[in-house]
Design a protein around this ligand. Structure first.
Ligand code: TXA
Ligand code: MG
Length: 327
């Protein structure tokens, strides 16, 4: 199967830009599209065969549910039930945006594989003109996980999607680089105190300003439902990643030591370090792109100079490094 690419560029509001994508999606095919977080791999969320193609294209385990994307709060409310006042507040304050809400699904609303058999569904309204245009023209919700091969960094450029999905899907809408660069915050609203299942651009502080107390999974007690996806190690490049304190003297020493062992090293950090064999930027916007760039090199090891104070970035970095620190 050939994978087509449509460059959206200045034609973001033109009908022609979306015609082929809508046609393919209506016919149960998979189309990749940009959101403000990362690129998604979309299919009609009510069509089991279409959704099966997403799992196949990604090599995704079937016990990991997909996020459903809709064009508005009004659309979302057709597919979820027992919606609390806190949930409505979140929709009003944070949608469209990088916040996925886990809510009770209307039975039968989605293909069972979308929710991995759970009674809940993760739903969000993306804040990206291409995603919104596409959703409006389809008129049905799109199940869309990140458009990477399972276990690879999420795609922040259409070329990342093409690398992973060439000959696996029919079409990619190329809307340029995604703005945020990390996946949405996932918030479980099925418990009395909402629980952040996955940190993202919408922070705990922002949520608490609207909702009052919000828990991280560790604070929610063992009975709380977990995000099935969080148990998988994500975002791992080919070479092992080690975190290191963002201290220039320490980093220089580490690089010298690695070189003395006859090995090559890539450094991810907030500044260029010429001693490293390769130096790539490190921020929420650039993490995944930099990890993928490491895969284009032959380095033996990747050092990541840990930035301070960004929960979502730290969470993804810990996963990429499998919690290893350089010593
Ligand atoms: O920013 C994003 O969220 C991107 C873009 C494309 O929207 N999507 C994304 O999807 O990251 P995915 O499939 O790669 O991650 C979905 C996460 C997983 O950790 C999954 O376990 C969790 O959301 N999730 C989905 N439905 C859930 C549910 N009903 N209960 C708990 N967790 C759920
Ligand atoms: Mg993903």
């Amino acid at each position: 199967m050939e994978t087509g690419i449509i460059f959206v560029d200045r034609n973001v509001n033109k009908e022609e830009t979306y015609a082929q994508a809508v046609d393919l999606l209506r016919n149960g095919e998979v189309v990749a599209f940009p959101t403000e977080t990362v690129y998604g791999l979309g299919a009609d969320a009510s069509n089991s065969e279409a959704v099966a193609k997403i799992f196949e294209a990604k090599g995704r385990p079937s016990d990991n549910p997909l996020i459903v994307h809709v064009d508005s709060k009004e659309s979302a409310l057709k597919y979820v039930q027992n919606v609390s006042s806190k949930a409505l507040l979140c929709m009003d304050k944070f949608w469209p945006g990088a916040l996925t809400l886990v809510l009770d699904a209307v039975p039968g609303a989605f293909a069972p594989s979308v929710t991995a058999g759970l009674e809940t569904v993760g739903v969000r309204v993306p804040n990206h003109p291409v995603a919104l245009n596409l959703l409006k023209r389809c008129g049905f919700p799109l199940a869309a996980p990140s458009a990477n091969t399972s276990g690879k960094p999420s795609p922040t450029l259409a070329e990342h999607v093409y690398r992973d999905m060439d000959e696996r899907i029919r079409l990619i809408l190329d809307g340029g680089a995604t703005e945020i660069g990390l996946e949405s915050t996932v918030l479980d609203l099925t418990t009395d105190v909402p629980v952040i299942l996955r940190p993202g651009n919408v922070t705990k502080e922002q949520l608490e300003a609207v909702l009052g107390t919000v828990h991280l999974p560790a604070e929610a007690g063992s009975g709380a439902p977990k995000s099935p996806g969080m148990k998988y190690m994500h975002y791992a490049p080919d070479a092992p990643v080690y975190m290191i304190e963002n201290n220039p003297a320490l980093i220089d020493k580490a690089i010298a030591y690695i070189h003395s062992q006859g090995k090559e090293v890539a450094l991810l950090s907030d500044r260029e370090v010429t001693e490293a064999d390769y130096s790539f930027p490190l921020s929420a916007e650039t993490l995944y792109r930099s990890l993928r760039q490491c895969d284009d090199t032959e380095v033996d090891l990747i050092l990541a100079a840990v930035p301070s104070g960004e929960a979502a970035l730290m969470n993804r970095l810990e996963k990429a490094a499998d919690h290893k620190w350089f010593s």
